[in-house]
Design a protein around this ligand. Structure first.
Ligand SMILES: NC(=O)c1ccc[n+]([C@@H]2O[C@H](COP(=O)([O-])OP(=O)(O)OC[C@H]3O[C@@H](n4cnc5c(N)ncnc54)[C@H](O)[C@@H]3O)[C@@H](O)[C@H]2O)c1
Ligand SMILES: O=C(O)[C@H](O)COP(=O)(O)O
Length: 526
């Protein structure tokens, strides 16, 4: 009998399938925390949560039987996914079920913000009849800038267009074709920020998007701009937002999410221009039914050893093949991550070429891993299962091919990406007993261990260039673990790949970029 523990409120329609299953015993404990949660997890085969239960590494450590953690919703930021992966626990989510509800909630906030509805409601029920204080603005012909045109951003764009808004969007994966199909104007981040009468964020919260909207970004916006965040707290710097409202730069803000939830007595709530909801984006009967049905189905499949779809952390491949592919998985993911950080512009094509011993295997799972590595630089919840689907959805062509030419290596994997503005490639191999190596970047042969912090520099081959880079790093106490250089011709184009012990501080990046020989510098985290 499989034991399923549910610790957040979940729709009955989903749980129903579990209750009906003869091989499942369901324990419903919404709100369970502390010692009781730690004790209940010990005997559970599956844990079902929304965003309230904090599935920490310590909790996972206690879970000796747990096979699956299921998130009835999109964001898995309340789950320590690396800790679950380490313990071999599958994490699944329901990425599609609450898209419409969250887009609708954002649209509701947009109208409420434009027409001061919450403020006017509070005034009228307190006995006032104050019409002049709540004069709003129309949406008609205003510009809505959407930062992050994924599932929710796209649905929001459709609704804004129906209200005759001009929709401008920035998303690193937005191609011209997709923008034209949705009917939005594709823009750079700076253009989108400068154009919006309303600006709304719909990205995941990542290292790159934390405080994406900050003091400097506010200064680039139109005076009187209105801001929305129904994605994740932390994408907007709340202190900078407070200052921008106080100074009059920002006319209003609508927030469904906060850096800390629940936010308690937040300074932003003292400002009459701020309207807020308690993380209600997905809180509709329909969305809750969708996500609960989706994850309960997944849980049943996983417990019974049947195929499943939305794993956040695990490839679903036969055990025998998995064993043969295992040594290549790390190399594949690193090649994908490497090239996604080197190439700029919207991706249109990824070509993976296998040669030598690896080409004798069924390589589709490796291509998925590479795709996951490439896409996870920008997308939320990319996994081995959904990576090809996400690429297709974004119009990215994926080509997998095999060739006999190993360029002298026992096996070789080459990843080439084409973007709107760039064609870049990286190749790598497994050295018997020495692990993964990057053997070529674009046309430059190298020998780089794909691990930790790398700095990829393109420069002119001139005497002293390498020394100057080394001296600058040394003067900032940055240790160089390894350094590889390559050039096309004496005095021509050249590259350096440095493996360093800690990330470069911003001031050092600026100093390096000022060196006359340096053409570009990219920090790569692997
Ligand atoms: N308020 C709620 O209750 C609620 C409900 C569901 C989802 N969410 C959140 O909404 C957000 C979007 O969800 P989704 O399902 O649309 O995700 P998604 O993965 O479909 O879309 C995210 C988009 O952001 C883009 N992106 C990534 N980095 C970017 C950057 N630096 N600049 C611009 N765009 C960038 C990606 O390319 C992608 O297209 C997530 O943070 C999710 O957790 C909130
Ligand atoms: O990531 C999500 O799916 C949303 O933030 C919804 O979270 P909730 O399930 O706690 O409403």
């Amino acid at each position: 009998m499989y034991k399923v523990l549910i610790t957040d409120p979940l729709s009955e329609q989903g749980i129903y399938q579990l209750l009906e299953a003869e091989d499942v015993e369901v324990k419903r404990k919404p709100g369970l925390t502390g010692e009781e949660l730690f004790s209940a997890i010990e005997t559970a085969d599956a844990l079902l949560v929304r965003s309230q239960t904090k599935v920490t590494a310590e909790l996972i450590e206690k879970a000796s039987r747990l096979k699956v953690i299921a998130r009835a919703g999109v964001g898995v930021d309340n789950i320590d996914v690396p800790a679950a992966t380490k313990k071999g626990i599958i994490v699944v989510n329901a990425p599609d079920g609450n898209t419409i509800s969250t887009a609708e909630h954002t649209f509701a906030m947009l109208i409420a913000l434009a027409r001061n509805i919450p403020q006017a409601y509070r005034s009228v029920i307190s006995g006032e009849w104050n019409r002049k204080n709540f004069v709003g603005v129309e949406l008609n012909q205003k510009t809505l800038s959407i930062i992050g045109l994924g599932r929710i951003g796209t649905e929001l764009a459709k609704r804004a267009k129906a209200f005759r808004m001009n929709v401008v969007a920035f998303d690193p994966y937005l191609s011209d074709e997709r923008a034209a199909k949705i009917g939005v104007k594709k823009a750079t981040f700076e253009e989108a920020i400068a154009a919006g009468d309303f600006i709304t964020v719909h990205t995941p919260l990542t290292k790159e998007t934390r405080h994406l909207i900050n003091k400097e970004t506010f200064s680039l916006m139109k005076d009187g701009v209105r801001i929305l965040n129904c994605a994740r707290g932390g994408i907007i710097d709340e202190e900078a937002l407070y200052d921008a409202i106080q100074s009059g730069k920002v006319a209003g803000a609508a927030l469904d999410v906060f850096e800390n939830e629940p936010p308690g007595e937040h300074p932003l709530f003292s400002l009459p221009q701020v309207i807020a909801t308690p993380h209600l984006g997905a809180s509709t009967l329909e969305a809750q039914e969708n996500v609960a049905v989706d994850v309960c189905e997944e849980v049943l499949h996983i417990l019974r050893g049947e195929p499943f779809k939305n794993a956040v952390n695990l490839p679903s491949i036969p055990a025998e093949l998995q064993q043969k592919l295992a040594p290549y998985q790390e190399l594949a993911e690193k090649l994908g991550k490497f090239i996604s950080q080197v190439a700029s512009g919207a991706l249109t094509k990824i070509t993976v070429t296998y040669s030598g011993e690896v080409a004798e295997l069924e390589v589709a799972p490796l291509t998925r891993t590479i795709l996951k590595g490439v896409l996870s630089h920008h997308l939320t919840d990319v996994n081995y299962v959904n990576a090809p689907h996400l690429a297709k959805q974004r119009g990215i062509q994926v080509v997998e091919q095999k060739t006999a030419n190993t360029h002298g290596f026992t096996q070789l994997i080459k990843v080439e990406v084409v973007t709107a503005t760039d064609i870049r490639s990286v190749a790598g191999t497994l050295l018997n007993g020495f692990g993964s190596r990057i053997t070529k970047i674009d046309d430059y042969p190298v020998d780089v261990t794909p691990q930790g912090h790398l700095v990829f520099v393109q420069h002119r081959d001139q005497p002293g260039a390498i020394g100057r880079v080394g001296t600058l790093l040394g003067s900032h106490d940055i240790n160089i673990a390894t350094m590889q250089v390559g050039r096309q011709a004496i005095g021509g184009q050249a590259i350096m790949v440095l493996r360093i012990d800690k990330p470069l501080p911003q001031s050092l990046i600026a100093s390096l970029q000022e060196l006359k020989e340096i053409q570009s510098l990219i920090e790569i985290d692997l």
